[in-house]
Design a binder for this molecule. Structure first.
Ligand code: NAD
Length: 392
């Protein structure tokens, strides 16, 4: 079939297999051109199909030469529906890895579930013996608990409503949005979904099964960002979950003293998850404008390559005063933030083109789903049915 983008709200309901393969190929090529990292040998990546998790898998494989086991939650093509972008990304990653002689297997299912943890342990026992890196990169709007109940996360403030500018991505217009405060229950649920509980469950399950190597590294991802996003992010419901995630990294370090457990604070980037947060996409498109102008812009793969090479596996790991890894350092540079603030004041529908890298935002958005690649012929008939070679 001919596959075209179909945008609904802040997602695209179609994905292009050749474009997704091209996105993965570009990321692999980038890492191949960077210095190698003496790091992970056998990595488990949770949430490995898109965004930071996919880039972590690529960095582990191509910077460290690691065998990678990915856990994803994606859908294959069915009838007239294409597969999800994460499915095509994973299929492509596995093909490239096989061609380059790298072990790569993938489990598809709900990473929050006990069954998925058990299955993963079995595969590690069978194929790898142990893993020495666990990346926790899940971003999900909901989580099904062991008793079958499903809880949802919300992107709301805490205490007071917060009003600021936002962008309507459908119409490319800037307007004001008021984000309401979350109830106590909603905050608690957001912590349950996006906090560290499931990360701890994974580490405990791997540890109990004896498949986590002594001296292993585990890392989960967080965000801090500037003042304009604090009410909705850092001090909002998602921020409470991220606080729990960080507390969990400390707890894991106490529970398992031979485990190196970190939270890495990453840069704001267009991913399927960040597109859903009010205010943040406008901030991201201004940030892109400023960081590209200053030659400081990075995507997921540049961030994760730097995380692996210059932070996680550097001889002396650089942490901030709280004990977190920071690869949001360029984003948070004072000159970058001053320039962003000045543009934030100025931005309106009329000045959007001048203040924001709106084309860059949209380009990244389409590329997440395999569109907008010069090297792909989108008029060509393609088979949407693409197998993931190792699918378990
Ligand atoms: P993303 O949506 O691209 O990736 C999330 C991944 O989790 C996907 O591969 C998805 O399939 C997987 N996933 C979701 N639910 C799952 C489940 N139940 N079982 C298995 N897999 C599941 O988002 P992202 O932006 O790459 O987010 C990854 C992490 O990075 C999150 O913790 C996020 O908060 C953090 N982060 C993101 C940004 C940003 O700007 N995008 C900045 C800093 C930190």
């Amino acid at each position: 079939m001919i596959i075209e983008p179909k945008i609904r709200g802040f997602i695209c309901t179609t994905a292009h297999p050749d474009g997704c393969a091209e996105a993965v190929r570009e990321q692999i090529e980038y890492v191949k051109g960077q210095p190698k990292t003496d790091g992970a040998k056998k990595a488990l990546i949770l949430g490995a199909s898109t965004g930071y998790g996919l880039a972590s898998r690529i960095a582990a494989a191509y910077s460290c030469g690691a065998a990678t086991l990915g856990v994803i939650f994606d859908k294959p093509a069915s009838g007239s529906r294409t597969a999800t972008a994460g499915w095509y990304n994973t299929a492509a990653f596995e093909r490239f890895a096989a061609a380059d002689g790298l072990y790569a297997k993938t489990l598809n299912g709900d990473a929050f579930s006990k069954e998925m943890k058990e299955k993963t342990v079995e595969v590690i026992k069978q194929d790898l013996g142990q893993v020495d890196l666990v990346v926790y990169s899940l971003a999900s709007p909901r989580r099904t608990l062991a008793d079958g109940a499903t809880v949802s996360s919300v992107l709301k403030t805490i205490g007071e409503p917060y009003t600021n500018k936002t962008i309507d991505l459908k119409t490319n217009t800037v307007s004001e949005i008021t984000v309401p405060p979350a109830s106590e229950q909603e905050v608690q649920d957001t912590v349950t979904v996006m906090g560290g509980e499931d990360w701890e469950d994974w580490i405990t399950a791997l540890r109990k099964a004896g498949v986590l190597a002594s001296g292993a590294v585990t890392v989960a991802y967080s965000y801090i960002g500037p003042e304009v996003t604090h009410s909705i992010y850092l001090n909002g419901s998602i921020g409470m979950a991220k606080k729990h995630l960080f507390d969990t990294s400390l707890k894991l370090g106490r529970l398992y003293p031979d485990l190196k457990s970190y939270v890495s604070v990453n840069k704001a980037l267009v991913t399927q998850s960040s597109a859903a947060i009010p205010i943040v996409p406008l901030y991201i498109s201004i940030l892109y404008q400023v960081m590209k102008e200053k030659g400081l812009h990075e995507g997921c793969i540049e961030q994760m390559t730097r995380l692996f090479h210059d932070r996680l596996y550097a001889p002396n790991i650089l942490l901030d005063a709280e004990g977190r890894i920071r690869v949001d350092d360029y984003e948070m540079q004072p000159d970058v933030q001053e320039a962003v603030n000045a543009l934030w004041e100025k931005v309106s529908t009329l000045t959007l083109e001048d203040c924001c890298d709106i084309d860059g935002y949209w380009d990244d958005f389409y590329r997440m789903f395999g569109f907008h690649f010069q090297t792909v012929d989108y008029t060509k008939d393609v088979n949407p049915d693409v197998p993931i070679p190792s699918m378990i």
